[in-house]
Design a protein around this ligand. Structure first.
Ligand code: PLP
Ligand code: COI
Length: 355
């Protein structure tokens, strides 16, 4: 089992006012960091005061984008205890992302110990105001100090933490999303299913275009036919069409979201028909026109469950459910956040208490 050295800060910062938190702007007192070399494996696991990372100018990540990350949250329960939500799923997905980018694996039990130890050191930073949490951002990058393009032989794994409020300025109110018809985010065989920085870099141009027109994010179409709905910039999507709940299947080009998986399990448990399948823009357009599209929402760790009130496609605006949050969206939000913040019983066994 991994050994973690802990060096506490001598200058702890003041905690922010938890009613004014945005997303990812404030960082806690410490960070976790460890190094990897092909010869030694992972070494020097340490929790140290939060500080800048110094890199060789030829470091792989700066040139060839060898970077993966994760996102999960620590939640403050009413009884004061702090808990994580399905952390093992993030660890497994991180190792899958690492495999895709030729970055090193971290054994699951070591990754779990690292997360638990780090959150335990930083747990006082978990805010308690309604809807707030401590966002954890594990990330790994290639750090060979040479310009040759090859699999990584040196890497760093880091975790930073940020007390956060809601991701969208709209909070739980419906967001407006633009369907992108030119740029694509990922293709099958590419890195779409991996949580790697490059996917997000490729998304920025369309994201900017959406923002300029007053839309929060982009809904991507598949990269081959530009016909099938994929996912939004920072969340998976679900639609209620008639009595069926439809979410794009995991085709290899979208992120297998942990919130997505949890929503599917909750909805199926409540007796809904949930289909993971191809959903074309034509089918969605028809459902919008004939009134069978009842609700649309996105789901993700940062975004939680976020109703979609309007879609823009090739200049045409489609308002969904009068721009209001729908019944299923609201109930899903209540159940999921209820479990995450420990307000309702976790019958799924998804939560993990920090001692
Ligand atoms: N899709 C993308 C592109 C994301 O960045 C995220 C956020 O992590 C998600 C989906 C949702 O994944 P999860 O529910 O695991 O946070
Ligand atoms: C998350 O929800 O954890 C994400 O990684 C989304 C992010 C791009 C802000």
């Amino acid at each position: 089992m991994i050994d973690i050295r802990i060096e506490k800060t001598t200058a702890p910062k003041a905690k922010p006012d938890s009613s004014t938190l945005g997303f990812g702007k404030i960082f806690t007192d410490h960070m976790f960091i460890m190094d990897y070399s092909a010869d030694k494996g992972w070494y020097d696991a340490r929790i140290v005061p939060f500080e800048n990372i110094s890199l060789h100018p030829a470091s792989t990540v700066l040139h060839y984008g060898s970077e993966i990350f994760e996102g999960l949250k620590a939640y403050r329960r009413k009884d004061g205890k702090v808990q994580l939500f399905r952390p093992i799923e993030n660890i497994r997905r991180m190792n899958n992302s690492a495999e895709r980018l030729c970055l090193p694996q971290i054994p699951e039990e070591d990754a779990m110990k690292i997360l638990e130890t780090f959150v335990s050191v930083e747990q006082d930073w978990t805010p308690s105001a309604e809807g707030t949490s401590l966002y954890l951002r594990p990330f790994m990058f290639g750090n060979d100090e040479t310009l040759g393009v090859h699999a990584v032989h040196n890497a760093k794994f880091v975790i930073i933490a940020s007390p956060v409020g809601s991701y969208y300025k709209e909070g739980i109110n419906p967001v407006k999303i633009m369907i992108e018809s030119e740029d694509v985010r990922a293709v099958r065989g590419g890195t779409g299913y991996a949580k790697c920085g490059g996917n997000y870099a490729a998304s920025n141009r369309a994201g900017e275009k959406a923002e300029k027109q007053g839309y929060s994010q982009v809904l991507w179409l598949d990269g081959v036919e530009r016909k099938y709905i994929e996912e939004v910039g920072a969340m998976n999507v679900m639609f209620k069409i008639g009595d069926e709940i439809v979410t794009p299947m995991l085709s290899g080009s979208i992120l297998p979201g942990i919130t997505r998986k949890s929503c599917i399990e909750v909805l199926k448990g409540e007796g809904y028909t949930v289909s993971e399948r191809l959903l074309s823009i034509d089918e969605l357009g028809e459902a919008l026109h004939n009134g069978t599209l009842k609700e649309a929402w996105g789901c993700g760790t940062a975004a939680v469950v976020s109703p979609i009130g309007e879609l823009l496609y090739k200049g045409e605006k489609f308002v969904i459910n009068n721009g209001e949050i729908g019944e299923v969206t609201q109930s899903l939000y209540d159940t999921l956040t209820g479990i995450q913040w420990g307000k309702i019983e976790d019958t799924f066994g998804w939560t993990y208490e920090i001692k």
